[in-house]
Design a protein around this ligand. Structure first.
Ligand SMILES: Cc1ncc(COP(=O)(O)O)c(C=O)c1O
Length: 351
């Protein structure tokens, strides 16, 4: 029995004992000078896995996304992105503030981008028009959903974007979950985009940080912008060493996280007052709403948190639960059982 079951995000994942142990006796050199051996090893490994020329370590997924936009956009240009994307909704207006670009949002259906909307959104320069500099995709795609874009969807977008000549980028914060769900190599996803970022500290389980991958030219520019934003770091081996371990068995862990999310979803589905908001559950995120008042929903949240279970509120009576490898099958079973009990009691009492 644990004290805390943190399902709010897969960022709650904790470094394993082996990761902590791997730091013992290491010499950490300076990554700004490209001298740290484990950082270089991690970046080389990443380039190979994604089939890209170069990679760059950054402190956060947000910074990677912002750097990418700054590399590929001129002020006054337009970036086409998903209306539910992190970049659009949760990066504090960074595209406008950091790169002077405006955005044009398009829709997606359960992770499948509407290609005709992307095509219609692409603009070339004319006197009164902001030209499209880039299309920014996200997979898994998100705002609490964890849907996966298919390879054929990515291929179609690639063709459309190529005809236009814009840059194609992917925010792949959870691209490992996407690759596991699709049963493909990371490079099979990455081949369709010019550059992408992924987060080390989501389901993957590294301590923190993000890696940008792309062409050597893109990464050279990105390194300059990272420095300008204050994101160049010195002893990144603290992060790179444990992150290398995270790469060893990621596919098995993502499969387990997905299976655990399915267990949770199936338990929640059994409660009449619950509606799953992202059914079918494709990866490790389960979002659900309650046919309940705001105060009933609050009561549910308080009751489960007294038992150590934390979910993220995403609406007046809606929550998100994310599985990750710091939670075992038994932990998830306990969370599912407790949530069902509390939800049933809340519904019965008609609070
Ligand atoms: C899809 C997506 N992109 C980017 C980010 C930003 O990552 P960070 O928190 O490292 O800035 C997140 C964070 O949850 C995310 O879900």
């Amino acid at each position: 029995m644990r004290d805390v079951y943190d399902l709010r995000s897969d960022t709650a994942i904790q470094p394993t004992a082996a990761m902590v142990e791997s730091l013992r006796g290491q010499y950490f050199a300076d990554d700004l000078l490209s001298e740290d051996a484990s950082t270089q090893q991690l970046l080389d490994h990443v380039c190979e896995a994604f089939g890209k020329e170069a990679a760059l370590f950054t402190p956060t997924g947000t910074m990677s996304n912002q750097i990418a936009a700054a590399v590929v956009s001129r002020p006054g240009s337009e970036v086409v992105l998903g209306s539910d994307s992190h970049i659009y909704n949760l990066e504090s207006g960074g595209l406008a503030a950091n790169s002077g670009v405006q955005v044009r949002a398009v829709g997606a259906d359960a992770g499948e981008y509407r290609v005709h909307e992307i095509e219609a959104a692409l603009r070339t320069s004319a006197l009164q028009v902001a030209p499209t500099s880039a299309v920014f995709l996200e997979s898994t795609y998100n705002l609490n959903a964890g849907h996966v874009s298919s390879l054929s969807n990515l291929q179609e977008i690639r063709e459309v974007v190529d005809r236009h000549g814009a840059f194609l980028y992917m925010d792949g914060a959870r691209v490992f979950n996407a690759a596991e769900k699709l049963g493909v190599e990371l490079s099979e996803i990455a081949q369709h985009v010019d550059a992408l970022q992924f987060c080390l500290n989501k389901g993957l389980g590294g301590p923190l940080g993000s890696i940008l991958v792309g062409t050597s030219e893109f990464v050279r520019e990105a390194a300059m912008i990272r420095q300008r934003l204050g994101g160049g770091m010195r002893h990144t081996g603290f992060i790179a060493g444990p992150s290398l371990l995270a790469f060893e068995d990621w596919r098995e862990r993502m499969a387990e996280d997905r299976a655990h999310a399915a267990v949770l979803a199936s338990a929640l589905r059994s409660v009449e007052s619950v509606t799953l908001m992202n059914d079918p559950i494709e990866t490790n995120i389960v979002s659900f709403s309650l046919a309940a008042s705001r105060s009933e929903a609050k009561h549910f949240e308080q009751q489960i948190s007294q038992r150590g279970i934390h979910v993220k509120p995403i609406g007046p009576a809606a929550f998100r639960a994310v599985t990750h490898s710091s939670l075992s099958a038994d932990d998830v079973a306990f969370c599912a059982e407790t949530m069902v009990k509390v939800l049933t009691a809340v519904a019965d009492s008609g609070r």
